[in-house]
Design a protein around this ligand. Structure first.
Ligand SMILES: Cc1ncc(COP(=O)(O)O)c(C=O)c1O
Length: 425
């Protein structure tokens, strides 16, 4: 029996000592009401909440879990380095090895800077581009997420208009709007930012159209600006190289984080030779950026990326899930919108403008031991098995039946703050 009394009690205590009860992307405020906020442990594919309920976890920590929680050889490398020395007065020698390995794996990259969070890497990318060009304007896709610093956080409270000065927006995959944004930047263009795929929340995902990616490259070359691919979320999930290797386009800079150490805290900015001097002459640092244990974990993660079939496995598991869910949905008279690469699935319902079906279905899945997300892309990890996928499809089948039989579904009032409930409600 699924229960949540421990979670409820923790949430009440959190209300008193954590602003808003919880902050950031791991706040469950915009998820179905009963989604657990607090977790106890994680192993392989599974996650246990504070009440002891077990889930097959399709969020993978919002991306970092690539090879399974608590992966044996990655954690062994981490612990061994932790015992030798972690946050010291200077970096360990293995920092150089990690930079050598990542630049050997990522074809556009000749150098690496390590940092802690994805936002560090995207912010530094912006700084390097501005330093390289001595220009200010950044062209970005509307709705794309690049982190939570004042220049890019999606909620503007607490930021100044000047934090977002020198930004021009385009529509992802729309060549004409990209060209228009670059025209607006005039002779002040420092960089074009691109997500490797369109992986915005609440809307269908899109693979990059080759013509769009190539045009972004050409425009940067014409203007002397830098092309930045933000691979923080998708990095090494779609390719053993930059994600835009899939469309044959090399960025000048790429930001990485999330999965590069399978959950241990480290991120990176990688760059091409031409931006080396610009990268060497900005000042960016942090107390924990040089910690050695996450670097040791990342080295082992890189080895697994090179030497295992994790990529092909996660792709084929994702395809198995996609096909099984479509079939189960149809059986109950539903049609799904499953978009994006199969190993980074986003699953929403057709004819569900207020997300009511999605919320009810996700809630039913969660209470049956499958942790899905109603409006953010999910992740397949290499620890998942065919049996996990087949079990998920069975549970989903049950959840579809539950939603079909539920009758009129409630309006998801909590989404009103995002202005998402104007259509169809
Ligand atoms: C594409 C992308 N860029 C940047 C970030 C920011 O990374 P972090 O939360 O580690 O600062 C994220 C985080 O979700 C992301 O998905």
């Amino acid at each position: 029996m699924w229960t949540n009394s421990v979670d409820k009690a923790l949430r009440e205590r959190a209300e008193a000592v954590i602003p808003g009860g919880m902050y950031g992307h791991q706040s469950v405020r915009l998820l179905p009401d009963d989604y657990p906020q607090f977790f106890d442990r994680a192993s392989g594919t599974y996650l246990w909440d504070a009440d002891g309920n077990r889930y097959i976890d399709y969020m993978c920590g919002y991306g970092p879990n690539l090879f399974g929680y608590g992966h044996e050889s990655i954690d062994a490398a981490y612990i061994s380095q932790l015992k030798k020395g972690d946050t010291m007065t200077g970096p360990a020698g293995l920092m150089v090895e990690l930079a050598e390995q990542m630049t050997a794996m990522v074809s556009h990259a000749d150098w690496a800077i390590f940092c802690k969070n994805g936002t560090d890497a995207t912010t530094m990318a912006m700084m390097v581009a501005r330093n390289f060009t001595r220009k200010n304007t950044i062209v970005l896709a509307k709705g794309a997420y690049h982190g939570a610093a004042p220049w890019c956080t999606p909620v503007k409270n607490g930021t100044a208009p000047s934090d977002r000065a020198n930004q021009v927006f385009y529509i992802y995959n729309d060549v004409a709007s990209l060209e228009e944004a670059v025209r607006k930047a005039g002779d002040d263009l420092a960089a074009i930012f691109a997500s490797p795929i369109k992986h915005d929340t609440f809307v269908d995902q899109e693979d990059p159209i080759t013509e769009y990616a190539q045009r972004a490259r050409e425009l940067c070359d014409e203007k002397g600006a830098l092309l930045i691919v933000d691979d923080v979320r998708a990095g090494f999930r779609l390719a053993r190289d930059s994600s835009w290797a899939r469309v044959g386009v090399k960025p000048d800079l790429s930001s990485w984080g999330k999965a590069i150490a399978n959950g241990h805290p480290i991120s990176a900015l990688l760059g091409a030779e031409k931006a080396r001097n610009a990268a060497a002459t900005i000042y960016a640092t942090g107390s924990f950026w040089f910690s050695a244990a996450p670097m040791a974990a990342s080295l082992e993660t890189m080895r697994l990326i090179r030497e295992t079939d994790y990529l092909e496995r996660t792709q084929s598991l994702g395809q198995r899930l996609r096909a099984g869910l479509d079939e189960a949905a149809n059986r109950h008279g539903f049609a799904l919108r499953q978009t994006g690469p199969a190993e980074m699935p986003l699953i929403m319902f057709e004819e569900d403008p207020g997300y009511s079906k999605g919320y009810a279905w996700n809630d039913a899945l969660m209470k049956r031991g499958v942790y899905f997300h109603p409006w953010h892309n999910m992740f397949i990890c290499a620890a998942m098995t065919e049996a996990d996928i087949d079990h998920t499809i069975e549970v989903a089948n049950d959840a579809f039946k539950f939603v079909r039989d539920a009758g009129k579904l409630p309006r998801i009032e909590k989404l009103a703050i995002l202005g998402l409930l104007t259509d169809g409600h």
